[in-house]
Write a protein that binds this ligand. Structure first.
Ligand code: ZN
Length: 338
């Protein structure tokens, strides 16, 4: 089937699971009760994705608050009490981050349980998202390795162990989220892509990397205002990605200043075209989704195109997120002539 639909990753958490309309809203419960609520929310979103015509579904990241810390919590070598103030994404915002103080080692399976729950409850293709090694290194301070490239390789090995387990559980697509790729373009070529390849080494399932301009939060909106009339960050990194082992690239297109012709640089890859803008609560029409895809079709064969969202939908009101999923599914049906 042409133009399969998918989501970049996160979906809003129901108000009974976590504080709504917050990027990192606090959990409403703890212990076994929290586990039950996470499972219920995962089931709910799987059903809704199916109903709205999403072909490659995900768990909507209902079991983690933060897309990086959810993984790091099960990693040895991190001192969570040793906070270091760090300018994230090249000083776009400063936060106190935990510090790596010893060799990185995965203590145990991180996301196995939630992946198994999702697998058990849908027959559709299942995607699971993990943070990419470069973005992890931009979210945590290095007090041990001395070189970010070395720390990235250590995280890549831990991610690879995790990814192989998820594949064995029946996950069809593993996607690594690398928003930092759009910020440190030179380093992406030097060590970002090699670390990504180390993270996907040996996987037989489909793989993808998601590179966006971030959630629709204020710091990101302000940063975008500094990027000028055309956002050409992808131009610096797509050639290296096209030569890499990763199967697909998920990128931001809708409502952005990215020249869509840049996908010509991904001639050997699946392209997950962001046809839903996550920085606005306005719900796209199916025709608008189809229009973004038609523009993409002028630069890549349609067999390689998937309809996706620009980024996660987590901070949006639930009704808006549902409306956007419905528009994505309906837009793909328009393209298929159904
Ligand atoms: Zn994103």
């Amino acid at each position: 089937m042409k133009f399969p639909t998918t989501i970049a990753g996160s979906l809003p958490k129901p108000a009974w699971l976590a504080e709504p309309e917050k990027l990192w809203g606090a959990w409403r419960a703890e212990g076994a009760e929290l586990d039950r609520l996470k499972r219920d929310a995962t089931l709910l979103w799987l059903k809704l994705q199916e109903d709205y015509g999403i072909d490659i579904v995900g768990d909507g990241e209902q079991s983690r608050i933060h897309f990086v810390h959810g993984f790091l919590e099960q990693i040895e070598g991190i001192d969570w009490d040793k906070k270091t103030a760090m300018g994230i994404r090249n000083n776009r915002y400063v936060v106190e981050v935990p510090t790596v103080t010893a060799p990185i080692r995965r203590k145990q399976a991180v996301h196995a349980r939630e992946a198994a729950v999702a697998r058990e409850h849908t027959k559709r293709k299942l995607k699971f998202t993990l943070p990419g090694p470069m973005t992890i290194c931009d979210t945590i301070a290095d007090g041990h390795y001395g070189r970010r490239a070395d720390m990235a390789m250590a995280f890549a090995r831990a991610l690879n162990e995790e990814a192989r387990e998820l594949e064995a559980l029946g996950v069809d697509v593993i996607q690594f989220d690398e928003p930092a790729f759009n910020v440190f373009m030179g380093e992406v070529v030097d060590w970002g892509v090699p670390a990504l390849e180390a993270a996907i080494a040996g996987l037989k399932c489909e793989t993808a990397v998601h590179i966006c301009y971030g959630y629709g939060i204020e710091a990101n909106i302000k940063w975008k205002e500094t990027l000028g009339e055309e956002w050409r960050q992808y131009e610096a990194i797509f050639p290296a990605l096209n030569k890499s082992a990763v199967g697909g690239v998920s990128l931001e297109c809708a409502g952005s200043k990215v020249p869509i012709s840049l996908i010509r640089l991904l001639s050997d890859k699946q392209i997950l075209v962001g046809a839903i803008d996550v920085a606005t609560s306005r719900i796209e029409t199916p025709e608008e989704v189809a229009a973004v895809m038609r523009e993409a079709m002028q630069h890549a064969d349609s067999e390689r195109l998937q309809c996706s969202t620009n980024c996660g939908l987590a901070p949006l009101p639930r009704g808006v997120a549902e409306g956007k999923l419905a528009a994505l599914g309906a837009g793909a049906r328009l393209l298929r002539g159904l």
